[in-house]
Design a binder for this molecule. Structure first.
Ligand SMILES: N[C@H](CCC[C@H](N)C(=O)O)C(=O)O
Length: 288
């Protein structure tokens, strides 16, 4: 029987990006990838499961699982959620979070239930994304969908913001069937670690509309790291400035790509939905 049987969880979201939070500071072990997938498949659905764990070199540590059971290194919306929970508990307004991508800093925003996370600096090198072959300029890589002579989507920007992203620049995010193209592109051999796939429509020098197919989770209402990736890719290709409002289906995030240290500051809301405990049957595979 899993040590997580009957363990407490908190269901939250960031702009509708569904986050299941499990506080393991009681010493319970983190779920395995298959256990995370089993929890989702049992009907307690989420986009990501995130843990809160003790850390030696930060206030807390976290591990991030997509609902397909893959463990990943960054989740912007989920990081805001766990930061808000811990700040509520400790009464602090600033904290550090150890992730597999490095130590992030979170701060309470000016509005209630709003958090700003410093997501660190983006990486643009082809081996950092990573890509399967050398591309000297990752602002537009040779990848396309559709007929060779009339591609439907092509020349995406590639960025790593703790996780890999490909951003396709389009005139209308609703003119393309991301639900159909998403899995093809997520699993394209050019992405040895797969990738999060976004359609980005620049609507003003400080505004982007975004739709995202998330690696390991599919279409979501919002993706914080995709908003960060699209914002820096847009600035890098001179489509926008370094401060943008990114409007996702679930709502807006504000992204500022700071010039002084290249760090990306993401600001947005958090929502709490409900609390509960894990049904033991989930881990024995007998849950519905
Ligand atoms: N699917 C992403 C992780 C979650 C990202 C998203 N939920 C966010 O808010 O950043 C990946 O596999 O890298």
């Amino acid at each position: 029987m899993s040590a997580l049987a009957n363990h407490a969880f908190v269901k939250m979201n960031g702009l509708g990006n569904e986050i299941l939070v499990v506080d393991l500071r009681d010493g319970a072990p983190a779920p395995t990838g298959p256990e995370a997938k089993a929890i989702h498949d049992s009907g307690l659905t989420f986009d990501q499961l995130m843990t809160i764990e003790p850390a030696r070199d930060a206030d807390i540590a976290t591990r991030i699982f997509n609902n397909d059971g893959s463990e990943v290194s960054a989740c912007g919306n989920g990081t805001r959620c766990i930061a808000w929970l811990v700040m509520q508990e400790t009464g602090t307004s600033k904290m550090t979070i150890r992730t597999r991508a490095g130590i992030l800093t979170a701060a309470a925003g000016s509005a209630p239930k709003t958090i700003t996370v410093d997501m660190g600096a983006p990486k643009f090198g082809w081996q950092d994304i990573p890509l399967a072959e050398e591309f000297r300029d990752t602002r537009a890589i040779e990848l396309q969908i559709g007929p060779i002579d009339a591609p439907v989507l092509h020349s995406p920007s590639a960025v790593n913001v703790g996780n890999p992203h490909a951003i396709f620049w389009v005139d209308d995010v609703n003119a393309h069937d991301l639900g159909r193209f998403g899995p093809l592109l997520e699993n394209h051999p050019i992405f040895p670690e797969r990738a999060n796939i976004s359609l980005a429509q620049v609507t003003a020098p400080d505004a982007i509309t975004l739709k995202v197919w998330e690696r390991g989770a599919g279409l979501t209402l919002a993706c914080g790291t995709a908003a960060c990736a699209a914002a820096v890719a847009a600035a890098r290709t001179k489509r926008t400035g370094r401060s943008v409002n990114v409007t996702l289906p679930g709502g807006p995030l504000h992204i500022h790509w700071r010039e002084s240290d290249d760090h990306i500051l993401m600001t947005g809301p958090v929502e709490t939905e409900f609390e509960g405990t894990f049904d033991p049957a989930v881990f024995s595979g007998s849950a519905a």
